[in-house]
Design a binder for this molecule. Structure first.
Ligand code: MEV
Length: 435
């Protein structure tokens, strides 16, 4: 049997968190087939310094590295995957790994991705007759699509290209009526921003001729409604039960939490923030434009006219829980930073994704896992306990604890319920005095 792209022998990494960083890299290198250069990119950021940074953006004065962790236990569409996550917030990687462990059994996490269709908008104002203009545009569709494709031979060779045109009327804006032309483009494995922006600019003059209007904005929409991903999972009562609560009790509480997020924008924002903790961390590790995805996700969450939850959870008759989420998610694995940043290249290699759609599926799975982790904690022991024991590691390090002292200091300050630097210093002094 051949392995699906990105499949590793297993993503169950028992005791991984107890290893030191270089041992972890060894283990991931073994599972994901990393070479010596990949290891050095991870451990020493070899190949990325001020010189490279200076080529990337303007007015560079330094570099801000972020930690990358690997979320364990993910089984997505039957495939074991190691999921790299770059994030500054403690507990996100642990929560994703714990949730993924609960989600492994049965059918595991299932995903679906649409075709990679991006939308580019051309805004036309001062159009004398909106209906007639739209009819002329639609009648010229073959010619306009061919013009949009001109100069995009690589995209066409990869099976992509301009696919369709749509017209939308904005009859009442504060500067008068507008015709908005949407150009739909299959961008294959690219994020596609440059291609679709260029295509919109290329056909704008012809659209002016056809409509008698004036073209203003020509730019992609980050509300990528035609490029979506869907993820769902079902867990049994046994998988979600805790020491103190049955699975059915936990499921009932999670369903209540979901219902609140669905009904109340104040909670929905936090619920969705937790989802984006997972999605963004994968996107940052893999060099994606996570702001674009966030913008699209929030627009999607408001599509019914009221901001609501991106993911929802429902009890199953057997006392388990079922979660589902759909959202626009546009990412790319060709071009841009994915081909130049050495750490991003390794992260994509670890993930082993073969297409942009694959990456979107994994990011969405990480988002749903993250959401489940947050709701499970909130519905049982509350968020602070787990959060605090992980936060305590940072506090102990800030207080000066070395790698062989952190565990003891953390244990003491968490047990005392005093996770702060002062308490950590006292615990550290006591530890050192006792040695
Ligand atoms: C914290 O970064 C994210 C959570 O607030 C999400 C949630 O409440 O669902 C824990």
């Amino acid at each position: 049997m051949t392995r699906a792209g990105g499949a590793v022998e297993t993503s169950r990494l028992k005791g991984f968190y107890k290893l030191d960083v270089s041992k972890r890299v060894e283990e991931i290198a073994r599972l994901a087939g990393l070479d010596e250069g990949d290891r050095r990119a991870l451990l020493e950021m070899e190949g990325f310094g001020l010189r490279e940074a200076d080529h990337m953006i303007e007015n560079v004065i330094g570099i801000l590295p972020l930690p990358i962790g690997v979320a364990a236990n993910f089984k997505i569409d039957g495939v074991d995957r190691l999921v790299p996550m770059a994030i500054e917030e403690p507990s996100v990687v642990a929560a994703a790994s714990n949730s993924a462990r609960r989600m492994r059994e049965g059918d595991g996490i299932r995903t679906w991705a649409s075709e990679p269709i991006m939308i580019s908008q051309i805004q036309l104002t001062e159009v004398p007759d909106l209906e007639r203009a739209a009819a002329s545009v639609l009648a010229a569709k073959p010619e306009l699509l061919a013009a949009a494709d001109e100069g995009h031979d690589r995209l066409r060779a990869a099976g992509g290209g301009a696919r369709d045109l749509e017209c939308r009327f904005l009859r009442e804006t504060r500067v008068g009526p507008m015709l908005i032309v949407h150009l739909l483009v299959d961008v294959r494995d690219a994020m596609g921003a440059n291609a679709v922006n260029g295509m919109a600019e290329a056909i704008a003059p012809r659209l002016e001729e056809l409509t008698g209007g004036r073209s203003c904005l020509k730019i992609l929409s980050n509300y990528t409604t035609e490029r979506r991903v869907r993820v769902e999972v079902e867990m049994t009562a046994a998988e979600i039960a805790t020491e103190n609560a049955t699975g059915a009790e936990v499921a009932t509480e999670i369903e209540k939490a979901s219902a609140l997020a669905e009904a109340d924008p104040y909670r929905a924002a936090t619920h969705n923030k937790g989802i984006l903790n997972g999605i963004d961390a994968v996107l940052i590790a893999t060099g994606q434009d996570f702001r674009a995805v966030e913008a699209g996700a929030h627009a999607w969450a408001s599509r019914g006219g009221r901001y609501t939850a991106l993911a929802s959870w429902t009890r199953t008759p057997a006392g388990g829980i079922r979660g589902e989420m759909e959202l626009p998610l546009s990412v790319g694995i060709v071009g841009g930073v994915t081909k130049v940043h050495p750490v991003v290249k390794v992260a994509i290699k670890i993930l082993g994704v073969q297409s942009a759609a694959d990456l979107a599926r994994v990011a969405a799975a990480a988002g749903l896992a993250q959401n489940f982790g947050a709701l499970h904690a909130l519905a049982t022991e509350g968020i602070q306990r787990g959060h605090m024991s992980l936060h305590a590691r940072n506090v102990a390090a800030v207080a000066g604890a070395g790698p062989d002292e952190i565990a003891a200091v953390v244990k003491e300050i968490v047990a005392a319920g005093a996770v702060n630097e002062g308490a950590a210093r006292v615990a550290l002094a006591r530890l050192r005095a006792s040695r």
